[in-house]
Design a binder for this molecule. Structure first.
Ligand SMILES: [Zn+2]
Length: 300
């Protein structure tokens, strides 16, 4: 064999070994996270909680056109009769949205970020009603807006977070975890097993999912007549969810180490629930599917 071929093969082998050393631990970690899921009836029990939530609204912080669809960066606001709000995900500030759009553009193509304002800018004086916040997972596009949120809001917001989301990180979630740890948020206590609840937010439940990231969490919101399930980035589109389509090897194997067996179980579980007329599964980034549910936009 010629010398340069041997050198090439040597470098290639080293690169493969290096990649394996880098990727095997996060894959082993996420393979080990598959907590029990609640039954449909247990989820429906959230709908009968005393003084449960009265509405759910969406806020669009930013969006980007990617291959003909709008990739939305949303925050969802759960509202109670006493005026309290709970935010699911924090979106990004303008710089964060521009940086993320550029990253997406390099990976898979896409237009420039459109920015619609931080939570503070869009909520104005209503921001102080936000008494709790939670994250579907700790990727930067869901957490970066916390810094702006804290400088606008100050202390007084509880963080509801599963133990997996607090403790289990990989190279994609450490940055978001650090933003959250250093933020103004103080962690609230949770009760329960498959469905975790907090007395200050009756009718709201957290369910540890894993799959997409070690700490991925489903937020379930039981209104009296409707159950909303916020599935984060278990899939990137609603179509992928209902058609049980994974994200492919490059995404799930290399860029974002996913437990693909688990994400498939979750797709099937969530699709089954979504077939009910009074249950909607919301996929974080799918604006078109969100608008089709008729969820109202938050207005002051
Ligand atoms: Zn995301």
């Amino acid at each position: 064999m010629r010398l340069f071929v041997r050198i090439f093969l040597g470098i290639f082998a080293l690169a493969v070994i290096g990649l394996a050393i880098f990727l095997v631990p996060p894959h082993l970690q996420t393979q080990g996270i598959k907590p029990d899921l609640p039954t449909e009836q247990a989820l429906r029990n959230l709908m009968t909680a005393e003084d449960g939530p009265i509405a759910v609204h969406y806020v669009l912080t930013a969006s980007q056109s990617v291959r003909g669809r709008q990739l939305a960066h949303t925050t969802f606001l759960v509202e109670w009769a006493n005026g309290n709000l709970f935010a699911i995900d924090a979106g990004m500030d303008e710089t964060g949205a521009a940086d993320f759009a550029e990253l997406m553009n390099r990976i898979s193509g896409g237009g420039e970020a459109q920015f619609f304002g931080t939570l503070g800018a869009q909520l104005g004086s209503e921001l102080e009603r936000v008494k709790g916040i939670g994250f579907t997972h700790l990727h930067i596009d869901h957490t970066q807006g916390v810094t702006a949120f804290c400088s606008d809001r100050g202390a007084g917001t509880d963080l509801l977070q599963t133990n997996d989301q607090r403790d289990e990180h990989n190279f994609n979630t450490v940055e978001g975890a650090e933003i959250v740890t250093k933020s103004c948020l103080s962690r609230g206590t949770l009760q329960g097993r498959e469905i975790l609840t907090n007395d200050a937010f009756p009718g709201l439940g957290l369910i540890a999912l894993g799959g997409h990231t070690p700490g991925s969490t489903l937020f379930a919101v039981g209104l009296k007549d409707h159950l909303w399930l916020f599935s984060g980035d278990t899939t990137n589109t609603k179509t992928d969810l209902v058609n049980n389509r994974g994200k492919g090897f490059v995404y799930s194997g290399l860029f974002v180490p996913e437990n693909t067996g688990r994400t498939e179980n979750l797709r099937l579980w969530l699709t089954g629930l979504d077939t009910n007329a009074d249950i909607d599964v919301i996929v974080s980034h799918d604006l078109e599917a969100l608008l089709a549910t008729g969820m109202p936009k938050f207005s002051r």
